[in-house]
Design a protein. Sequence first.
Length: 294
Amino acid sequence: MNMKVEEIIREVPELNNEFVSIESLRGGLSNQTYKVQTREHTYVLRINSRQNEYLNLTRRSEVEMMKKASREGFAPHVISSNVPEQFVVTEFVEGRMLEKDDLKDDHIKGMIMDRLKRIHRMEGNGRTCSPYDLIHGYLKGADQFQVKQPDGLNRLLHRVEEIMHWRSNDKEYNNKFCHNDTFLCNMIYTGQQLQIIDWELSGVGDVFFELAIIPFTNRFSETDEREWLKLYFGYFEEEAFHILQDMKFVSMVREAAWGLFYSGLTKGENHHDFDYYKHAEYCIQRMEQGIYQL
């Protein structure tokens, strides 16, 4: 256990009071996350990476959104956020991360859609984060770390630019608050409830980018994607299907940009046994083959 974690535990009364144990939590590839056990309660301590500095997203506004979602009943309670730039402590939600097989369960799919719709109705507190902001922020950071840009990336960025201009005409779905990180691993199922964690990329953005996250990471078939859109909108439109394909493309470029950025940020560290640069190259290769799924 490094000194930083010990210092935080000493600083935060809830963690320090009758402290029992701490263990590292698996799952996230961006921050360090720990489960802290006291005699009475269990907490999650997240030590933040420097990602947000490069994305112009303040940790303070993230905590505000976490508190808002918690009041609405679908995010863990925030216990301590006095120094949100460095760390945040939330309650530990007893449950499990959703997995691909859960998407066969209509009840769980219905809960996911319910949460997405509620997130998209939230007021954004002036916090903006479009998929294009993410790509730009990650690539700018990768440049600062002098990460070599893989061949083929510029062509893909040109296509992203075209999609961005085209999507800017959609005033209804392109200006809503989004979580922007609704991967299955950020959804905790308690058996009754579905809680959404990791709000650091949240901000006003494009609903279709949010809707593309699960299909592009779980290799949905065309039929699955049509059903997915119908679940959200209540009906199916061919245009929505085409927008989803574009957003899967944007999602793949975002993944590549994220990989390049993190390969620079974590240089010299053995970080989670994950090769960020190879991940970026993999995404680009797949896009060059016309495949917009991980």
